[in-house]
Design a protein around this ligand. Structure first.
Ligand code: 3HC
Length: 650
């Protein structure tokens, strides 16, 4: 039974019980509509309380139904029936009321929420707009200006603010259902409150719409849904509730069938599946009581910060006191900065630091359950670090390397038992970036791998398993992408046209701007090292730039020139002179053609990665691109685009 109803002293308590998130699936909608009709007709019922079973009220419409035509009754019909009931309906909200869940609450006559509840309309994040009255009832309840960030930027509202705005009528102070039933008794004895849809609303000045449209467009970076949601809000204010509701539903149904929504729903499910791979579900992870980090450079510090944010005790080891002190000072900057921005209290920031034990003696790692090596990306340096780590650690301690390119089989060569070894490639800054590539060796024990995934979950990271190849999934595709951008230069397309095309596509920056920001010297040194090893690596424009002292932003120039203290890239005659032998005869190429060529190259590399078994599915590759490399989320990723998935919906 999707809903059940029980009587509490003249009040009908309707419980939506549809795990895991009480989504408003077809069965729930049928049952709710039935309940409205039968409870209205039941003389023993004075008022109705509706709430959710388990840990939350309602997580929204059922997203798994969105690949199929809508099955009647639709959610708008159910909510309108509640709003038109002759007895008061009281929403008793706990946990979250999101999307259709909040819309259901907006259709009720009154709302009471437990402390700690959040309310929101996250539809735009799924390429949708609220489709059951959210853009119409919300502004009539709390005003247009407060509604705009909820509808467009998916702002989540806590109970204190919700009460202030009038989004809820009460915060429960005792047990939610007891309070809601008491509220229902009060409501039963009073005139029926005016439903949200029938309340008066003040239209804002035209500039309010213009400003909102401009900022929403900027924030959307090419995605359509936020602007559609804002348009629906405005339409309803300018044309009245009936026309507003009809328009909202039409726009919702169109968005539901769009490629943008198909892409975002695909990522929604992929993101939820990734942290718990099917083959590891029954394999218990090992306990992690204390974690070692070796190396207090940028990566080691970021990893330590991530571990501390998850309240894990850390032992941080460096080779000398000065490097260790620098690492601690950078950690203090991270937590101090978070406190200055109000993300942590001063006490919390201090507690983060207090949980780090620093040292220059590897023996401090002796009782760690897992040690993450984060030293310089050089095979000999990493092997030397592991020689020390393996000497001092317990034989059952898990050993992890944070490598972005180097083969973990080589890194682990000197270790006796490599079944406890695993690659964990964090992305910089490691306390911010969600992506984590997990790279097992062929002999890595399943419970070691399961522990790596469990740690990722604890750190609230998005783990993606990668097989072993140069650069793993992400950096391997990055290398092909950059190589193709350079091939475009040889075809005569300009640096700035390529960068502009990728920005227009939705990346925050183009491939050349990105290299200037990261520094050209690291990949140059890798190529030089490979050449020294006898590999035949052709000369690249980046080699010429580095040899001319142009290593990127940090040297005032790379592909572009930079003024001191300014990161704005300026086209550089000097760079063009240096790389002139590698440039083709200038020609124009339109931005769509440029981005299509670069994205299809990424997908081609992705297909090789799949056929070699490096990634277990196309969605793993797309998660890497979206979360590690700035691929525009609303496009789903290169594999999604290449598959044509969602195209039939366009
Ligand atoms: N429909 C169907 N399944 C859903 C769902 C939904 N709305 N929301 C979550 N699920 C599923 C997840 O896929 C996951 O399934 P799995 O266990 O098989 O992987 C399971 O529920 C648990 O989800 P989470 O891991 O995300 O659970 P959390 O407890 O961390 O978070 C939540 C719960 C905050 C509700 C979160 O799931 C969430 O944000 N859900 C989406 C909310 C949303 O976008 N709602 C709007 C939907 S569109 C809509 O309502 C249209 C309307 O306007 C007409």
């Amino acid at each position: 039974m999707a809903i059940k109803t029980e009587m509490l002293n003249g009040i009908a308590v309707v419980t939506i019980d549809n795990p895991p998130v009480n989504a408003l699936s077809h069965g729930v909608r049928i049952a709710l509509l039935d309940a409205v009709q039968s409870l209205d007709a039941d003389a023993n019922v004075a008022a109705i309380v509706v709430h959710g079973a388990g840990k939350l009220f309602v997580g929204g419409a059922d997203i798994t139904e969105f690949d199929r035509p809508v099955e009647q009754p639709g959610l708008p019909e159910v909510i309108t029936a509640i709003e038109r009931a002759h007895k008061p309906w009281i929403a008793a909200i706990h946990g979250v009321a999101l999307g259709g869940g909040l819309e259901l609450a907006l259709g009720c006559h009154l709302r009471i929420a437990a402390p700690g509840t959040t309310l929101g309309l996250p539809e735009a994040g799924l390429g949708l707009i609220p489709g059951a009255g959210g853009t119409q009832r919300l502004p009539r309840l709390i005003g247009v200006e407060a509604s705009i960030p909820i509808v467009t930027a998916q702002e989540r509202v806590g109970v204190d603010k919700a009460l202030k705005l009038g989004l809820i009528d009460r915060i429960s102070t005792n047990e939610l259902i007891t309070d809601a039933v008491a509220f229902a008794h009060e409501a039963a004895g009073a005139p029926l409150p005016v439903p949200a849809s029938q309340r008066a609303v003040i239209a804002p000045a035209t500039e309010v719409w213009h400003d909102a449209e401009a900022s929403t467009k900027r924030a959307a970076k090419g995605a359509a849904a936020q602007l559609l949601a804002l348009g629906s809000l405005r339409f309803g204010i300018e044309n009245g509730i009936e026309a507003g509701l009809a328009n909202e539903r039409a726009v919702f149904l169109k968005a539901r069938a769009s490629r943008e929504s198909a892409a975002l729903r695909y990522l929604f499910f992929a993101e939820r599946a990734a942290p718990r791979p099917q083959d590891l579900r029954d394999i218990a992870p090992r306990p992690l009581r204390k974690i070692g980090v070796v190396g207090a450079g940028t990566m080691g510090v970021g990893i330590t910060a991530a571990l501390r944010n998850a309240h894990l005790p850390v032992v941080l080891v460096e080779r000398d006191d000065a490097s260790l002190a620098r690492g601690f000072s950078n950690l203090e900057k991270i937590f101090g900065g978070a406190a200055a921005k109000g993300r942590l209290t001063q006490d919390e920031a201090q507690e983060r630091m207090a949980g780090i034990e620093g040292g220059t003696d590897y023996r401090a790692l002796a009782d760690c359950d897992l040690v993450i090596e984060a030293v310089y990306e050089d095979l000999a340096v990493k092997q030397a670090a592991f020689a020390e780590i393996a000497r001092v650690c317990r034989p059952d301690a898990i050993l992890a390397t944070n490598t972005s390119y180097t083969d973990p089989r080589q890194i682990s060569e000197g270790i006796a038992d490599t079944s406890r070894f695993v690659g964990m490639h964090f992305f910089s800054p490691a306390h911010v970036m969600k992506l984590l590539e997990i790279v097992p060796l062929p002999e890595t024990k399943p419970d070691v791998l399961s522990t790596a995934f469990a740690l990722a979950r604890k750190l609230e990271k998005l783990p993606v398993r990668s097989g072993i190849c140069d650069g793993f999934i992400g950096n391997r595709i990055l290398r092909r992408y950059i190589a193709e951008a350079i091939a475009l230069l040889a075809d005569g397309v300009s640096i700035s046209a390529i960068d502009a095309a990728m920005r227009e596509f939705g990346f925050a920056m183009g491939p050349f701007e990105m290299q200037d920001m990261a520094g050209l010297d690291i990949s140059y040194m890798r190529r030089e090292a490979a050449r020294a090893n006898g590999q035949d690596i052709p000369e690249m424009p980046g080699d010429l730039l580095v040899r001319a002292g142009r290593k990127g932003q940090k040297t005032g120039g790379g592909w572009y020139d930079y003024a001191v203290g300014d990161r704005t890239p300026r086209p550089s005659d000097e760079a063009l002179r240096v790389i002139a032998p590698m440039l083709g005869t200038p020609r124009d190429m339109n931005s769509r053609e440029i981005s299509a060529r670069l994205v299809s190259t990424m997908a081609d590399e992705g297909k090789s990665i799949l056929s070699e078994g490096i990634a277990s599915g196309p969605e793993q590759i797309d998660l890497v691109e979206v979360h590690g490399y700035g691929f525009p989320r609303w496009r789903g990723g290169p594999m999604f685009m290449a598959s044509g998935l969602g195209k039939q919906n366009d």
